[in-house]
Design a protein around this ligand. Structure first.
Ligand SMILES: *[C@@H]1O[C@H](CO)[C@@H](O)[C@H](O)[C@H]1NC(C)=O
Ligand SMILES: *[C@@H]1O[C@H](CO)[C@@H](O)[C@H](O)[C@H]1NC(C)=O
Ligand SMILES: *[C@@H]1O[C@H](CO)[C@@H](O)[C@H](O)[C@H]1NC(C)=O
Ligand SMILES: *[C@@H]1O[C@H](CO)[C@@H](O)[C@H](O)[C@H]1NC(C)=O
Ligand SMILES: *[C@@H]1O[C@H](CO)[C@@H](O)[C@H](O)[C@H]1NC(C)=O
Ligand SMILES: *[C@@H]1O[C@H](CO)[C@@H](O)[C@H](O)[C@H]1NC(C)=O
Ligand SMILES: *[C@@H]1O[C@H](CO)[C@@H](O)[C@H](O)[C@H]1NC(C)=O
Ligand SMILES: *[C@@H]1O[C@H](CO)[C@@H](O)[C@H](O)[C@H]1NC(C)=O
Ligand SMILES: *[C@@H]1O[C@H](CO)[C@@H](O)[C@H](O)[C@H]1NC(C)=O
Ligand SMILES: *[C@@H]1O[C@H](CO)[C@@H](O)[C@H](O)[C@H]1NC(C)=O
Ligand SMILES: *[C@@H]1O[C@H](CO)[C@@H](O)[C@H](O)[C@H]1NC(C)=O
Ligand SMILES: *[C@@H]1O[C@H](CO)[C@@H](O)[C@H](O)[C@H]1NC(C)=O
Ligand SMILES: [Zn+2]
Length: 748
């Protein structure tokens, strides 16, 4: 698949989901209140303040259908807002989690499918390449005809044959470092992930990061945690099944010690997992930043298996771009994400390769590389391979069916050429007039946050001034880069080296190589604030880039029910506004707050303000650690950044909403048909919570708790709203009820 880009450096608004608790709460009907909190007499409602546009009617119906009004809002507002959504929207068989945001992505993919399949005369070469990728990906007869042959050829190019399935394999023809260098050109830096990213101390400069390797399983914890027993078993079966299929295609016999060899590969990965950071460790920007020269690294941290000269010459072959290779110097500054990892890996490699007779070690490492190549390729090969891979997915995430091919291929194409598909999407589905509206909405949220920063009493003036500076320097990125519509030649140039044909697997390889080259070429550039070539407009997501101090909101998230230009403004504050606030607050969460206004990792906090911050962050960690799911308690440490962002976002959006009500003077905001009896505040909170309607399959929930930085959906509602006194006011929640606790948590 694609080159690992900036592992862990993006703080994404991603989508967790939920298993809902059952409640036996009697129906409680609260008197409707007006926008100022008092009672509203229904007789004063005039028809002209009810929004009857198609957008409003559809949204109002959705809001009413989604809620379970018989659940007390003060006890469980998530169930109140979303209880019926989960009944009306059974999880599709090919999804591991299903929520409003997944539905939006699915609808977006359906639009992209139409656009991809519609016959047009395309003048943009990039856009036609995207269409070709999609066509080859959906051409099942071609994929079946090709079988495993393209993969076998690709493996031959990189490492010759696979010793596991080749009894005549000859160790003297295998060189570990040159094989590693060749794999790196395809973005597969197994064991040693080297990539280009911004220098944390000086984010205008791009440097090489030596990071831990990805492994076959998605999380390192899965190699040793008891909760992942089923996943480990499924992974072992997958190894067996894929290898057996390849043996058939190679018309070769499985070796007698087949299972022992596979077990050795698994145990090796488990040992690598054991020397790796956990997801929690990776959230700490100091723990993941160890600046040194390449020479220092090779002299002191990776100095047993290879001497400096040998390793350095391999590094000068890692790119298909000669200028990148030439730019690699022993005296250059690099970041070694986890030096202990490299020291331990070095000992493991030395044991295999420097034991007097290194043939068994070479054979083992070639076996390992071969396994990772096969695993990476399985999803792009013929049906037998995809079915074997799907058996693993079933055990891992609980899905029941493979996705329809068109959706797999839209998703694939959208990742492979995100700017080209983005161009196709926004041309048809994103009105220019929405951009101005969105900018003013972001401005209102920013103003609300500024109000919070100016008002908090636990920060001293020096820190406050830096915080305000960081907020005012924060750059907003809205929807998509203009050049996607106005300068197609730039788009075409960006993808000019992509060679796309009719064989899906070969396209996949080429995409990997070109994407890796793009990522490596960043080494030759300064790291500007420009993210125009990094965004994926056709995705339902939003980001904060700590090293650029940019918040980015992609075109895909700006659609109903999160946003519509014809909705009454307050619905947009409630749903999209909280997302804006969430990303903004990432700049000030426990991790983001360690980066300054320029994106430098630097302590701009006074000790006393930082101590207050940490004490406040601890309240959030404790609150969320106490939340429990079918898969156990949440990991408050792992999710703290997202939880702080959720809490901040909800509060900022609500403040912006109050400001908006003040701007309306005494007039009421437009009401929604069917919801006329609810105060604007109540409708606001419903809209806010209903962004997160959704749930997980139990298997997926287990993995989510283990590795996701996002809390499951119910807690993205319960946490922030129970911390907001105005919520309790709006619903007149008794003190001590779950949504109106005596002690509230929160940083901002
Ligand atoms: C709504 O909530 C009530 C009370 O908890 C529950 O009995 C009922 O089953 C829920 N309805 C739906 C559709 O989930
Ligand atoms: C698209 O055009 C090709 C030939 O140009 C034709 O064979 C094909 O049927 C068309 N597809 C659709 C969906 O119209
Ligand atoms: C699949 O690819 C082959 C070879 O390019 C082509 O002849 C065939 O029409 C394609 N099938 C579809 C459904 O596009
Ligand atoms: C392995 O390859 C080397 C170099 O090509 C050759 O000298 C040696 O004879 C081969 N060994 C076997 C067992 O084929
Ligand atoms: C994991 O690492 C610890 C030391 O850090 C060691 O004691 C333990 O044996 C290792 N486990 C495995 C499975 O390698
Ligand atoms: C590797 O570096 C460590 C730490 O500087 C040093 O103690 C050790 O002697 C070096 N080993 C070799 C083989 O150079
Ligand atoms: C490093 O290794 C290469 C190849 O094994 C060898 O030719 C060279 O002499 C070694 N250099 C040092 C400084 O040990
Ligand atoms: C690194 O070494 C090269 C020559 O090998 C030299 O041109 C360059 O200035 C050096 N860079 C630094 C940062 O010292
Ligand atoms: C994979 O292997 C397991 C046992 O190892 C077997 O039960 C399962 O049916 C196989 N699945 C596929 C798709 O080959
Ligand atoms: C400022 O803080 C005070 C006390 O914490 C609070 O009552 C008030 O609502 C805050 N105002 C704003 C604009 O946040
Ligand atoms: C969370 O982090 C704190 C401080 O870093 C640590 O003491 C605590 O054990 C961690 N909790 C969990 C569940 O890992
Ligand atoms: C609210 O009052 C202000 C000042 O009196 C006025 O400028 C503004 O237009 C009014 N807003 C609305 C929506 O009527
Ligand atoms: Zn986030």
């Amino acid at each position: 698949m694609f080159a690992a880009a900036v592992l862990g450096l993006l703080a994404a608004l991603q989508f967790g989901a939920v298993l809902s608790a059952i409640h036996e709460i009697p129906v409680t009907i609260h008197p409707p209140t007006d926008a100022n909190g008092g009672s509203r007499d229904a007789s004063i409602i005039r028809d002209d303040v009810i929004c009857r546009s198609e957008a409003c009617v559809t949204r109002a119906a959705l809001m009413l259908q989604s809620m379970n009004a018989s659940v007390d809002p003060c006890t469980d507002f998530f169930e109140h807002a979303c209880g019926n959504w989960m009944v009306l929207n059974p999880i599709p068989p090919d999804y591991a989690k299903w929520g409003v945001l997944q539905q939006m992505q699915q609808q977006l993919f359906a639009k992209l499918r139409d656009l991809m399949e519609f016959n047009v005369t395309e003048t943009s070469s990039a856009r036609s390449k995207a269409r070709q990728i999609y066509a080859a990906c959906t051409n099942m007869s071609m994929i079946e005809d090709a079988g495993a042959q393209p993969f076998i050829m690709a493996m031959k190019n990189v490492m010759g044959t696979w010793p596991l399935l080749d009894s005549a394999w000859n160790a003297s023809r295998f060189d570990f470092l040159s094989t590693y260098a060749k794999m790196s050109r395809e973005g597969q830096g197994y064991l040693m992930a080297a990539y280009v990213s911004a220098n944390q101390e000086n984010p205008r400069e791009n440097i090489i990061f030596f990071d831990e390797s990805s492994l076959g399983l998605p999380s390192k914890k899965m190699y040793y945690r008891a909760a992942s027993d089923k996943t480990r078993k499924a992974y072992m079966s997958l190894m067996r099944n894929l290898t057996s299929l390849l043996a058939e295609d190679l018309k070769t016999k499985l070796p007698d010690d087949f299972d022992a060899q596979l077990k050795e590969i698994f145990d090796f990965e488990a040992a690598i997992a054991n020397i790796s950071y956990t997801e929690e460790d990776r959230r700490d920007p100091y723990k993941t930043f160890h600046k040194m020269t390449l020479e220092n690294f090779l002299d002191n941290h990776f100095n047993i298996t290879y001497n400096k000269t040998e390793f350095f010459s391999a590094m000068q072959q890692v790119s298909t771009n000669a200028s990148v290779n030439a730019a690699i110097q022993l005296n250059m500054t690099i970041n070694v994400v986890n030096p202990r990892y490299y020291e331990a890996l070095d000992r493991m490699l030395a044991k295999k390769l420097r034991n007097g007779n290194d043939a068994p070690g070479k054979k083992f490492l070639a076996n390992y590389f071969g396994w990772r190549m096969l695993l990476g390729a399985a999803g792009q090969l013929s049906k037998r391979y995809r079915d074997a891979a799907f058996e693993f997915d079933k055990a891992y995430s609980g899905v029941k069916e493979e996705s329809p091919r068109w959706r797999t291929c839209v998703d694939y194409t959208n990742s492979a050429m995100k700017l080209a598909t983005g161009s196709i999407y926004v041309e048809s589905y994103f009105g220019i007039d929405a951009k101005a509206k969105l900018l003013s909405l972001v401005g209102d949220i920013k103003m609300a946050y500024e109000g919070i920063l100016k008002n908090v009493t636990w920060m001293d003036e020096a820190t406050r001034n830096r915080a305000l500076k960081k907020l005012s320097s924060m750059h907003e990125y809205i929807a998509y880069p203009d050049f996607l519509l106005t300068d197609i030649s730039r788009l075409d140039k960006f993808y000019e080296k992509y060679r796309i044909g009719s064989i899906h697997y070969l396209n996949d390889k080429n995409i990997d190589i070109q994407a890796t080259a793009h990522a490596q070429e960043e080494l030759l550039k300064s790291s500007l604030r420009d993210i125009d070539e990094k965004v994926a407009p056709a995705t339902v997501n939003a980001y904060y880039y700590p090293q650029k101090n940019i918040i980015a909101f992609l075109a895909g998230i700006m659609q109903p029910p999160i946003f519509h230009k014809d909705y009454p403004e307050y619905l947009n504050y409630a749903a999209l506004g909280q997302v804006f606030g969430h990303e903004m607050t990432h700049g000030f969460d426990d991790k983001g707050s360690l980066f300054d206004e320029e994106g430098r990792l630097s302590s701009w906090w006074t000790n006393s303000s930082r101590a207050s911050y940490s004490a406040r962050a601890r309240t959030v960690i404790d609150q969320y650690s106490a939340y429990t799911t079918s898969a156990g308690n949440l990991n408050g440490n792992l999710t703290s950044g997202e939880n702080i962002a959720d809490n901040g976002g909800v509060k900022e959006a609500f403040m912006a909403f109050k400001q908006y009500l003040r701007r309306l003077n005494d007039t009421l905001p437009a009401l929604l048909p069917g919801l006329e009896n609810l105060s604007a505040e109540k409708v606001y909170f419903l809209a806010s919570a209903q962004t997160w309607c959704g749930y997980y399959r139990p298997e997926y929930m287990t993995n989510n708790i283990l590795m996701s930085v996002h809390s499951p959906y119910p807690f993205r509602v319960m946490g922030p709203l129970s911390n907001l006194p105005e919520f309790a006011d709006a619903f007149s929640c008794p003190v001590g009820s779950p949504m109106n606790p005596v002690k509230r948590a929160g940083v901002w």
